[in-house]
Design a binder for this molecule. Structure first.
Ligand code: GAP
Length: 463
């Protein structure tokens, strides 16, 4: 099998829509810019990513527990965390065509200069000095750069006054910090230990785009790992390796991953060290996940603002300190996107004048939306009834697809395209020998397996 063309965003986006992974949201109303809905296969893939993450980072670790905190927290949380004052992007408006742009992206895309960490005045000066034109109407007629808060604001109750204002969380992390004392008191965990959380986050991004790479509503999988400050370097290195291990588990290739040490002036306000795990997307090498040493920034600020004592007393040494935090953070949709990009292959199969291209998603088995497809060879009633028996046999152990329309060749191709690791075909011989054909997605090899031993056979394949 020869590999052919490279994967592109267009190919992934088209497959995602056609096969039911990701649809443009509210499409019957003309869509809703940069908003996406996850179809029957998308929800399976998303759930499998979250399940694998939870297994790696919570279930298999004695030093981790889980949490599910509220999305709308007391607004004081966001004041103490620094988000109300500082979670913002610089933007500029074109006075001619009225379009709005993120100022750092505008400068970077035009001149290549990185302006992160520069003041609004400095950014405005660069735009003027370099005579940067509007990408839309080409005029050079900008407003000054100004700060644009990224949190979505809403109102609790019926009165829209400042007292009832609240925010949709822009990161899941703060829900963990404000529950640190509760978790410590209600579990027998002692430092070092961590809390993991998966959930929605919302950011009013100025320039969302690149499919599900940057959206305004997304999910995060975050770990806040609480440590004694003396151990931060060791812990940071440890979690970096764990993130790399997870990258392998979801099928990412080493050559597509870069570790980017973020310089001090570009780090978030809470971080003393950050490494971005970057991925080589078709549109450039950009952030996939992040690892930050958040010090005691968050817990100290919450202690001060809430008046609650968050000091930890080491039960062995009696040492008192505010725990420091290492934070590995993962976006679910970006993980989904890179899993799809990494799994997508086009192969030339056949020979002579019978060469055809098969598109196959070589997803790790744990991530595949359907594990097994059950395919009666034709619509013959006896075959259908036997196939339904096989479906009933496997359905409690595996997410199975059932498909009885089109030629068997076309059905195999369809299952290849959605990454189903095994197809089980029920043919006329099955009615005589009670055996089925099991086809492997990657090798396309076929085995004849008795229905009586099918569960055991598949069990070995999936272990
Ligand atoms: N708690 C730390 C934090 O939120 P972040 O780098 O801003 O750090 C963490 O976000 C991860 O969330 C990113 O590495 C990325 O995977 C994902 N993410 C952030 N903004 C996103 C957006 N607008 N759309 C999709 N995913 C996003």
């Amino acid at each position: 099998m020869e590999k052919t063309e490279k994967v592109t965003m267009e190919k992934i986006q088209s497959l995602a829509k056609q096969r039911g992974f990701i649809y443009p949201s509210s499409e019957i109303y003309g869509g809703f810019a940069n908003t996406w809905d996850f179809g029957p296969l998308g929800i399976e893939l998303k759930n499998n990513i979250k399940k694998l993450w939870w297994q790696h980072f919570v279930q298999e670790r004695m030093d981790m527990v889980g949490l599910d905190s509220a999305i709308i927290l007391n607004p004081k949380v966001w004041e103490a965390s620094g988000h109300v004052g500082g979670f913002a992007d610089a933007l500029v408006d074109c006075l001619n065509c009225k379009l709005r742009f993120r100022a750092d992206h505008l400068v970077e895309d035009t001149t290549g200069e990185d302006v992160e960490g520069k003041s609004l005045e400095e950014i405005s000066r660069i735009i003027q000095k370099d005579k940067i034109a509007c990408p839309n109407c080409k005029s050079i007629n900008w407003t000054d750069a100004r700060s644009f808060g990224l949190m979505f604001k809403t109102y609790i109750g019926v009165v829209e006054d400042t007292k009832s204002a609240a925010y949709l969380r822009p990161e899941t992390a703060q829900g963990i910090f404000v529950n640190f004392k509760n978790v410590l008191a209600s579990t027998r965990k002692r430092i070092p230990f961590g809390i993991g959380q998966i959930g929605k986050a919302f950011r009013n991004e100025v320039t969302p785009g690149n499919f599900v790479f940057r959206t305004r509503e997304f999910e995060q999988m975050e770990i806040e790992y609480f440590i004694n400050p003396k151990d931060w370097e060791k812990s940071f290195e440890f979690w970096l390796k764990e993130m790399q291990r997870f990258a392998k588990a979801i099928g990412l290739k080493d050559e597509d991953i870069y570790l980017h040490e973020i310089p001090a002036e570009k780090r978030a306000h809470y971080s003393k060290r950050t490494i971005d795990v970057e991925f080589k997307y078709p549109f450039g090498t950009k952030e996939l996940w992040g690892l930050a040493y958040r010090t005691d920034y968050d817990l100290s600020h919450h202690e001060k603002a809430s008046g609650e004592d968050i000091v930890y007393v080491d039960p062995v040494t009696n040492q008192k300190f505010i725990p420091h935090v290492i934070e590995p953070t993962f976006g679910v949709e970006r993980t989904m996107l890179v899993a799809l990009l990494s799994a997508y292959e086009e192969e030339e199969i056949g020979s002579g004048d019978k060469i055809e291209i098969r598109t196959v998603l070589k997803l790790p088995k744990e991530l595949a939306p359907y594990k097994i497809a059950i395919l009666p060879l034709s619509k013959n009633e006896d075959l259908i009834s036997k196939a339904k028996e096989v479906f009933d046999l496997l359905k409690t152990s595996y997410m199975c697809d059932y498909d009885e329309t089109q030629s068997i060749g076309k059905r195999y191709r369809r299952q290849d395209e959605i990454g189903t690791p095994y197809c089980v075909t029920i043919d006329f011989n099955t009615l005589k020998d009670n055996a089925v054909t099991v086809r492997d997605r990657d090798t396309m090899k076929q085995d004849r397996v008795g229905i009586g031993s099918l569960k055991e056979y598949l069990g070995e394949k999936f272990c």
